[in-house]
Design a protein. Structure first.
Length: 423
């Protein structure tokens, strides 16, 4: 029986595995390394985060992005976005050099067994561990507008479902959304010869500013420090103090997570969208129907005026929503035993342990507890160190291993733990 099974091999899973290996835990890492970055982001995309805020985490800090780039003669400069392809290759290098061998098999089920947990792989093998860390990224939490339900993937898809946009060359595509995924997808489509429009509920698009120089007068830095989530003291708090963020009242945390760092395009994509892509702002889709081989969209503007348009395909760049019921790889009993926050995401304690003892969470699914940093690679460092300390604490105490709280008990335990721990 392993000490820890890490399910997922993206930035968070690999970082957790690196810290766990350094701590001497016996572990197994399952999942295809950097799968989302390799399979679900088209060539030509860039990271929105600065290079210095886009590193995976190893305990000694020897496997940072800038180290990888320097070894290959590639610049990683402040103010210059990092190509997705470069970041994915960096993640594979990190996996080879900072993590025990990754088992690339897919996990199909996680359940409880005597003394811990059991994990079933796609080829039928059962692995057991005293603790499990779920670092499954964003793909299980795809959010699609209800108006688009009922149409198959040949007509409607999510922006994260595309590692290659070339099949849309010469066609008509409508992208729904006003954030970075929508705007960058629209830019890439337009640049390859696709007739593209962006349809968004907002009356105007928001754009991030060009980042100020790294070297600045001290008083400018004091007024708006650089952080892994952008400039400013508010962003500094989100980026650098997730543990303190968790001490905020629960309603405040949930509200901030839902609203902070909202939909906005990166400064470097603005000129590729404005004047190049058709924009239908202030419109909301009310229904969608198959029409020939394409889609007929019905929408209304702010005044309630209806609009109808025909398009070959709809790409919904409508983000992700981390909810307990979307954790489909947990067996029914285990999933039902998770206490949840008001937004439907699982409640986690100060060290990322869920209400089920020994079951830890990482990444987007913990944003309502630890803040907006958990939506970005930058949050992997805090998560990895804190979570592994929590696993070691759990292994030492052994309290309640493999026991699922009774209905209602998990919520009381999670709330009491958060109040008494104070971190």
């Amino acid at each position: 029986m392993y000490d820890l099974l890490v399910v997922g091999a993206g930035p968070y899973g690999l970082s957790i595995a690196s810290h766990a290996a350094a701590a001497g835990l016996s572990l197994r890492v399952l999942g295809r390394p950097m799968a989302s970055w390799r399979d679900h982001m088209p060539r030509g995309m860039f990271l929105k985060s600065e290079p210095w805020a886009s590193s995976l985490s190893d305990p000694e800090g020897r496997r940072r992005l800038e180290t990888y780039c320097a070894g290959r003669g590639v610049a990683a400069r402040h103010g210059e976005p990092v190509p997705v392809e470069l970041f994915a290759s960096y993640g594979l290098w990190f996996a080879r050099n900072a993590v025990p061998d990754v088992d690339e098999r897919t996990v199909t089920r996680v359940g409880v067994c005597s003394g811990g947990f059991e994990v079933l792989t796609a080829d039928g093998e059962v692995l057991r561990a005293r603790a499990v860390a779920l670092a499954i990224g964003v793909m299980p939490f795809v959010e699609m507008p209800s108006a688009l339900s009922g149409l198959g993937p040949e007509r409607v898809s999510h922006s994260s479902h595309h590692g290659d946009l070339s099949r849309f060359r010469g066609r008509d595509v409508t992208v729904i959304g006003g954030g970075q995924a929508a705007l960058e997808t629209a830019a890439l489509l337009t640049e390859q010869g696709t007739r593209t429009r962006v349809l968004a509920r907002a009356d105007g698009l928001s754009w991030n500013d060009v980042p100020p120089d790294w070297e600045r007068p001290w008083w400018r830095s004091a007024r708006a420090p650089h952080t892994g989530l952008g400039c400013g003291w508010r962003n500094w708090f989100y980026a650098e103090r997730p543990g303190l963020f968790r001490r905020l009242p629960e309603p405040t945390r949930v509200r901030i997570t839902a609203s902070a760092l909202g939909p906005a395009g990166a400064w470097w994509v603005r000129d590729r969208v404005e004047g190049a892509v058709e924009l239908m702002l202030g419109h909301e889709v009310t229904s969608a129907h198959g029409s020939g081989t394409g889609v007929r969209l019905e929408a209304v503007d702010r005044d309630g005026t209806p609009t109808r348009l025909e398009t070959d395909h709809v790409i919904a760049a409508t983000g992700f929503r981390a909810r307990r019921e979307r954790l489909g790889l947990l067996d029914d009993e285990l999933r039902a035993g998770l206490a949840v926050l008001p937004d439907g995401s699982p409640e986690v304690g100060r060290d990322f342990e869920s209400s089920v003892p020994g079951l830890f969470m990482a990444g987007l699914i913990t944003a309502s507890a630890f803040g907006p940093a958990m939506r970005f690679v930058h949050g992997a460092g805090f998560t990895a160190g804190t979570l592994v300390r929590g696993v070691r604490r759990r292994l030492r105490t052994g309290t309640g291993r493999g026991r699922i709280p009774a209905p209602g008990e998990g919520r009381r335990r999670g709330s009491d733990r958060g109040l008494s721990a104070g971190l």
